[in-house]
Design a protein around this ligand. Sequence first.
Ligand code: ZN
Length: 335
Amino acid sequence: MKQPQENVPLSFAGIIGQDKAKKLLHRAVEQDRLAHALLFKGPMGVGKKTLAKTFAAALNGQRPQGHEPCGQCPSCRKFRSGSHPDFIIIEPEGAAIKINQVRELKKTLAFPPFEAKIRVALLCDIHTMRREAANSLLKTLEEPPSQTMLILTADEAGGILPTILSRCQTVPFFPLPQAEVAKILAQEAGIELESAATLAAMAEGSLGRARLILAKDLLGLRQQIVDHLLRLEPNTPTAIQALGELAESAAKLKEDLGELLELLTTWLHDLLLFGHGAAGSIINLDLIPTFPAACRRWSSGQLSEKLRLMDTARKQLARNCNPTAVCEVLFFGLL
Ligand SMILES: [Zn+2]
């Protein structure tokens, strides 16, 4: 998912949360012991890329204000507009960064930077990288060319290869305070603070995920799926057709399908909580009116089984199985 550039601040103060990461980077600069390879590790959508860009701008600015980039010099302006020739962003092509992308990067890095004091290559979502591509990066990570820093980003949940981990200094990122996320969402999207707070909870304090849920109207599709699951009779032609159509809609989300599955997973968790009388921890507050009927329809044993099906679907998608087929099997299992 691309973040709208105009919303991206070019100052540490403008980035919410992540005090630990900021402090760690600033201290490393002050003490002149900045590693050549950094791993920004934490949940998606909490500011890893934004912080990387701000840090790169600060390292290269001509009139730094303390730790902050000045925001005015030619270098800062290029960082802001995304046109700095020495800030290289490598994002996954499809599911992961491919070996060809790493080879291209190595070719570029063999030449000196165009104008930067410190050139920064940002490699995103490194946890999805296959062993072959990762191995071709190891030498560069260990000994980057002069005036070059590599910043890698990864989800905390992701399986990062130990050979990559051991060559980077890890900078930890955390979920954002949900109240802060809600405030920003309410402002950006012009929605009620209450809906924004629900959304922030669904996104588990990830501004990026919350924006994605809004932009792709994932709540609308979640609502449709839940409605159908609550009223369709299993093994009827109507059910087969309706769930088939929903599976097609879901598959059209492509790389964002995982986020829809996350939402359905929190819904199932909510039903288990509701069934056990723990309504205080429920996340999908807007669906509460449908919970009594859902808990009459499915026992907690059945709900646990459905959670296992969600997990299976996620694993199948990670292995590049056909998304429509995966969703069809999943939705029939959820019914
Ligand atoms: Zn500047």
